[in-house]
Design a protein around this ligand. Structure first.
Ligand SMILES: Cc1cc2nc3c(=O)[nH]c(=O)nc-3n(C[C@H](O)[C@H](O)[C@H](O)COP(=O)(O)O)c2cc1C
Length: 325
């Protein structure tokens, strides 16, 4: 019998230690250093900034986020103040978070492979603990403007560019909107990705206001997140962890401790939490951690490594805790 206090929830991503596996997912909060520090104080094991680009972006007009019960639809349009402002915010957050030892992950995106490299080099000046490359945005260099993560080849190319532009470990964030996320995962790992996060939003989806007979979002369509996408996210993380052995951050519909345990049992070494912040407030990180602790004690698991990969088939690269370096 294990008591909840005995359960060790600490984890590691590329040598960066997290006191617990909950991570603020990119986008729902995280534009300012102050907010990142508030999230960390509320119990997150690590925080991710909103994705930033080389130049500032205004994004789409309101409404940009709509809660439809089963989930959330959003088309923010990657609004952000640009990498220069983000460097300043990360430095502020670092000063506030250093005593607490909560790692900061800087999320970047770009519309060309070249700009991915420049943005990675620039953000490295802020010395985040890890860099997350959000490759779920359209590649303007490509004829049809497909998202970077839609083909293994392009996903590998952008990964290589980011890796050669920084000495900070790189997490590559994958989209679920592909025929085989395992193939994309293999390609980014072959190109040097140190870790993977999955998934980004699903879709696009659409909702219609029947009174006005118009789409609800100003952008007409948007990415789906929250509980509605959880089974898809679990399947993606399972496929990735059955294919590669780098650490994986499981994201998509994680709202409570049981959801987090499910993600970790298919091989994730940490969980991203986005939409649940809207539903349960900024305290969600502390709440999920406590629920996970209670659940693991009940099952009789003393550490996260004991839980990780339990639901993967024997011999899967992501099974067990030894790989989460
Ligand atoms: C309003 C909103 C904005 C988002 N912005 C970003 C972003 O800037 N960069 C990114 O990589 N993901 C972004 N995401 C995706 C989330 O980080 C996450 O991958 C997705 O929402 C699934 O997780 P969830 O179900 O816990 O929300 C955003 C999601 C939402 C709801």
């Amino acid at each position: 019998m294990i008591s909840p206090e005995q359960v060790d929830l600490s984890t590691e991503i590329c040598g960066v230690r997290l006191a617990n596996p909950t991570i603020l997912a990119s986008g729902v909060l995280g534009l300012s250093g102050d907010v990142l520090a508030r999230v960390a104080r509320s119990g997150a094991g690590a925080v991710v900034t909103k994705s930033c680009s080389l130049k500032p972006r205004v994004g789409h007009p309101n409404p940009v986020v709509v809660d439809y019960g089963a989930g959330v639809l959003n088309a923010v349009g990657l609004a952000n103040p640009g990498v220069e402002a983000m460097v300043a915010e990360i430095r502020r957050a670092r000063e506030m978070l250093a005593p607490a030892g909560v790692p900061i992950i800087a999320s970047i995106f770009a519309n060309s492979i070249y700009d991915f490299g420049t943005t990675a080099r620039y953000i490295s000046e802020a010395e985040p603990d890890l860099i997350e490359a959000n490759i779920s945005c359209p590649n303007v260099e490509e004829e049809f403007g497909q998202i970077f993560s839609s083909t293994p080849y392009v996903a590998g190319q952008v990964t290589r560019r980011v890796k050669s532009s920084t000495r900070i470990p790189v997490i590559v964030k994958l989209s679920p909107n592909v025929p085989s996320i395992a193939d994309v995962a293999r390609a980014v790992v072959a190109a040097g990705a140190d870790a993977i996060s999955a998934i980004n939003t699903v879709g696009p989806g659409m909702l219609v206001d029947v009174e006005t007979a118009t789409p609800v979002l100003s952008n007409r369509v948007g990415g789906m997140s929250g509980p509605a996408i959880r089974p898809l996210a679990i399947r993606c993380v399972y496929d990735i962890c059955a294919a590669v052995s780098v650490p994986v951050i499981g994201i998509g519909g994680v709202s409570d401790g049981r959801d987090a345990a499910e993600m970790i049992s298919v091989g994730a070494c940490a969980v991203g939490v986005g939409t649940a912040v809207y539903r349960r407030g900024i305290e969600v990180f502390g709440l999920i951690t406590e629920e996970l602790r209670q659940l693991m004690a009940r099952i009789g698991l003393g550490s996260l490594a004991d839980l990780r990969g339990r639901a993967l088939p024997e011999g899967a690269p992501g099974k067990g805790g030894r790989r989460a370096r």
